[in-house]
Design a protein around this ligand. Structure first.
Ligand SMILES: O=c1[nH]cc([C@@H]2O[C@H](COP(=O)(O)OP(=O)(O)OP(=O)(O)O)[C@@H](O)[C@H]2O)c(=O)[nH]1
Length: 621
């Protein structure tokens, strides 16, 4: 089939990608498609046994994902989208369908099944055209699938586990990502590579050509020469095509001859349109405009947190905009706009009855939730936001910008900036507490630490990580070592419980005072705050306090060596520049630092989110 630049056909439509997969978003935006992302809530649990083939299962799942989004958007009284795209990727081997692994053991089972063998990757895609009549949603579904075969090398146990610990397999069909580390496992690929990654772009474009450019009469009369165009499944709305060809053709109702005649006229117009589009219209810069709007969305989220909108809605819901406005002491018109943006961001639900929190808002944005990030949001709103307004200066000067925000010299980062008043210190500690609580369990379970009987969490702030370590290792005694002012307030963050007896607080400055003795030292998100000089100083103090065999658990966001990937890590680098004296470092840089200070046998585990944990052992000097 001859491909036309058919993506342009969708430029003036409201296209929605019903997928949370960042790979699908990237593939489609790289192709110049302009779309919104509304992840589907359809639970992928269709009965596999009821499908004759794996690809039918993938296509049905893709269709259900897209239809769920189309229906939800229509019901929510949002403007009905024109086109919703759904996709589902599965791996099949020896008659089994593999989806995303549920845990590391599951990933192990999948990858060992694939080791040394050839398997198939199927992606089912559904393109749902929507229209709304008398408030009724009408949909027309076009579906297809693509198959690619992939052969894996024999994989050693060591490689399998190293790969699993990288964290990459967890959100990927079959437990691997061919586009990243998983590429190492692959000996050969037969078929469309992007299909393996999650979206068969080429077949998608062909499908659009079928939908938007009906076949010419001669194609229909000599089907044998054009058997790659399945005439039967083609939608053909001949009047539409004559009118400019920007709508997909409707499912056929007339005879084949009727279709053919008008189809020819449509083809001529469509081709002219096709050329005009190519000559005048560059790809729409969707991603660019989304990036541009990013700061406005962040500020809307931070403002809603600051006004405690999510707290009010946790207490009582649904509520209408004027009621919330009066509670948060704000204008009704401004509050309504803010609430609508929060709903569009997926933080609130909006119905005829008013607004309610989504699960995300209840879990993380209400200030009294167990895993609340409310304090972190306030720190971002009241401190980090201001620092980022001086990003240009930070980049020109290569240093943090507290002096500009505060209008005075900052010599000691913590005493002069973060802890300059009880109020700023409490806000900082609340922020750190929220983030630490969210990640503490993963950090505590990243390695088997049962051989240690004592630990010192250096700069451990409110003791959130200490608590999780104590819970995981009931014979471990943990000392949280932090500045006297911090230790004084930290008790307020420590709930009573069986772990309390295992946790002790010790006051001191880790650059000046001796460290409490321990078999395991923990530096969780500490080193990134400091310059290389200070990092050396701290590591040599830790090394001096350690006996051979002692451990050092380091938790940071590791950059890749070329500093090209992991947007989360790279944005942290800018964050460190505007806020601290330090920087993010790569795994290699940390490994060098650790080895220089006598810590070897470095193991690394990537945690969910952006953090990585490294465990190293002190060897005899
Ligand atoms: O080599 C690779 N293989 C597969 C992937 C990614 O795996 C997932 C497949 O899962 P699914 O189709 O169910 O899609 P989700 O991620 O759950 O998102 P939806 O919201 O669309 O359900 C997909 O993300 C592939 O991109 C990969 O990255 N590499």
């Amino acid at each position: 089939m001859v491909l036309c630049p058919v993506i342009g056909k969708l430029l003036h439509k409201r296209v929605v990608l019903a997928s949370a997969s960042p790979r699908r978003q990237e593939i489609l935006s790289n192709a110049g498609l302009r779309f919104e992302v509304v992840p589907s809530r359809f639970k992928e649990k269709l009965d596999k046994a009821s499908f004759a083939t794996p690809y039918e299962y993938a296509m049905e799942t893709a269709k259900q994902k897209a239809l769920e989004v189309a229906t939800r958007m229509h019901q929510k009284d949002l403007r009905t989208p024109d086109v919703v795209i759904g996709a589902d990727t599965i791996v099949t081997v020896g008659g089994l369908i593999l989806e995303k692994p549920v845990d590391k053991q599951d990933a192990y089972r999948m990858l060992s099944r694939l080791s040394g063998k050839e398997h198939s990757v199927f992606t089912g895609v559904a393109i749902v055209h929507c229209s709304s009549n008398d408030r009724q949603l009408h949909t027309r579904v076009s579906e297809f699938y693509e198959e690619t075969t992939v052969k894996f090398s024999e994989l050693s146990e060591e490689l399998l586990w190293e790969y699993i610990h990288s964290g990459e397999p967890m959100d990927k069909a079959g437990g691997y990502g061919i586009q990243a580390l998983g590429g190492m496992l692959v000996e050969s690929v037969h078929g469309d590579f992007l299909n393996v990654v999650g979206f068969p772009l080429n077949h998608f474009c062909k499908q659009l050509v079928e939908l938007y450019y009906p076949p010419r009469p001669e194609d229909l009369r000599q089907p044998v020469q054009h058997d790659s165009i399945p005439a039967v499944d083609t939608f053909e709305d001949l009047s539409d095509v004559e009118g400019g060809g920007s709508e997909p053709a409707q499912r056929e109702t007339g005879s084949r001859d009727e279709k053919a005649e008008v189809g020819a006229a449509g083809q001529a117009t469509a081709e002219a349109e096709c050329h005009r589009t190519r000559a005048t219209l560059p790809p729409f810069p969707t991603r660019l405009l989304e990036l541009l709007d990013g700061f406005k969305l962040s500020k809307a989220l931070l403002t809603a947190c600051k006004l405690k909108v999510f707290d009010w809605l946790k207490r009582e819901a649904p509520q209408k905009a004027p009621d919330i406005a009066s509670k948060v002491d704000a204008s009704a018109c401004g509050t309504e706009k803010l609430l609508d943006v929060c709903a569009a961001m997926g933080l609130l639900e909006k119905t005829q009855q008013g607004y309610s929190n989504t699960e995300t808002a209840n879990l993380y944005l209400a200030s009294d939730s167990e895993y609340s990030l409310h304090g972190f949001m306030l720190q971002n709103n009241d401190v980090i936001w201001n620092l980022f307004t001086y990003l240009e200066f930070a980049i020109r000067e290569g240093r943090n910008q507290h002096h500009r925000v505060l209008g005075k010299k900052v010599e000691d980062l913590f005493q002069d900036a973060y802890y300059r008043s009880p109020e700023t210190q409490l806000r900082f500690m609340q922020a750190m507490h929220g983030v630490a609580k969210l990640t503490a369990r993963q950090v505590a379970t990243a390695f088997d630490l049962s051989r240690f009987s004592s630990a010192c969490d250096v700069g451990g702030c409110t003791g959130a990580l200490a608590r999780e370590l104590a819970r995981e290792y009931p014979r471990l005694q943990v000392t949280v070592f932090d500045l006297p002012d911090v230790v004084e307030l930290a008790v307020h963050f420590q709930p009573a419980g069986p772990q309390a007896a295992q946790i002790h607080f010790a006051a001191g400055d880790f650059f000046r005072d001796p460290l409490p003795s321990a078999e395991l030292y923990v530096l969780c998100r500490i080193l990134h705050n400091w310059s290389d000089d200070k990092v050396h100083k701290l590591l040599s103090k830790v090394a001096e306090s350690c006996k051979p065999g002692a451990g050092l658990l380091l938790v940071e966001t590791l950059l890749d060596e070329e500093k090209r990937e992991a947007q989360g890590g790279l944005i942290q680098s800018l964050n460190m520049l505007v806020q601290t004296e330090g920087r993010q470092r790569s795994r290699g840089e940390y490994q060098c630092l650790l080895e220089l200070h006598g810590f070897h046998q470095v193991q690394v585990v990537h945690l969910e989110g952006v953090l990585d944990a490294m465990l190293a052992t002190r060897v005899a000097p």
